[in-house]
Write a protein of this length. Structure first.
Length: 270
């Protein structure tokens, strides 16, 4: 890794990272603020969920109902809003760090310095991973503040399960950003890289949702990394978040490594 380059790239992209981080923090605080009002009607809401088709309930990760704070946020935030938010972040930043620089000619200036392609790719991968870590740390911290400000001793809250949801979400997007980084590392055209990354990452999210709706197409889930991300199971105290995290981390590392190797070996239009 080239640390001067890392510092410069972090400086360039810090505003964008901060926007996503504070946007995520705002939404999680909103969830904690809303829950006390919703908690008074959990019985009626849970009955409503029971009357809905099972596939729809599974698709939106609300099978845990609204009986606890972590069950509520697992469906309302971690099941839909956060995956979409971080998918967009991963796609946009990975493209901006790799394919855009090649497409706009910035990479040629960077590689004219005593910096190898491998160092550049590893540094850009580090910037992307650090950005995800910043967003997840801010989100986690905002949630804990939301608990102190809005929940306190009024309602039950399992902090360990909440932390597990955040760790698995971070690992999910290490994998997703690794895929987007690999695509961006092998393409010269920014628009094609952006479109391909979006199609694959958002497409996997859609396949996971479709697989939850009907048993006849459940197999679609298992060609998506999102099948390993089950926040409602974590909120209910079931599943295996450690195994899911390790598998997602392995996928992410493999994709980042493949991206670094591909970028260092391929012909560039410099």
């Amino acid at each position: 890794m080239n640390f001067p380059l890392f510092k410069q790239m972090m400086k360039i992209h810090l505003k964008g990272m901060s926007n996503y981080a504070f946007g995520s923090a705002f939404y999680i605080l909103l969830m904690f603020w809303l829950y006390p009002g919703i908690a008074d009607n959990t019985g009626a809401l849970n009955e409503l969920i029971k009357s809905m088709p099972e596939g729809v309930v599974s698709a939106f990760n609300i099978q845990g109902g609204f009986g606890s704070m972590e069950a509520f946020i697992s469906g309302e935030y971690y099941g839909l809003i956060l995956p979409l938010l971080l998918s967009i972040f991963s796609i946009m930043l990975s493209t901006g760090l790799m394919a855009r620089m090649v497409d706009q000619g910035s990479m040629s200036y960077l590689l004219s310095t005593p910096t190898t392609r491998r160092q550049v790719a590893v540094t850009q991968a580090g910037v992307l991973s650090t950005g995800l870590l910043v967003i997840m740390l801010v989100t986690t911290g905002a949630g804990l503040l939301g608990y102190v400000w809005f929940i306190g001793d009024k309602f039950e809250f399992n902090g360990a399960r909440y932390l597990e949801m955040n760790v698995v979400a971070w690992m999910l997007f290490i994998a997703a950003s690794g895929i987007a980084f690999l695509i961006s590392s092998v393409m010269n055209d920014e628009k094609k890289a952006l479109g391909t990354s979006g199609f694959i990452v958002i497409g996997m999210f859609a396949l996971d949702m479709l697989g939850k709706i009907s048993d006849s197409v459940e197999w679609l889930r298992y060609i998506s990394i999102f099948a390993l991300y089950r926040p409602s199971d974590i909120a209910a105290g079931s599943g295996d978040p450690l195994l899911s995290s390790l598998v997602l981390l392995a996928i992410g590392i493999a994709c980042f490594a493949a991206g670094v190797i591909s970028f260092s070996r391929r012909d560039l239009p410099l």
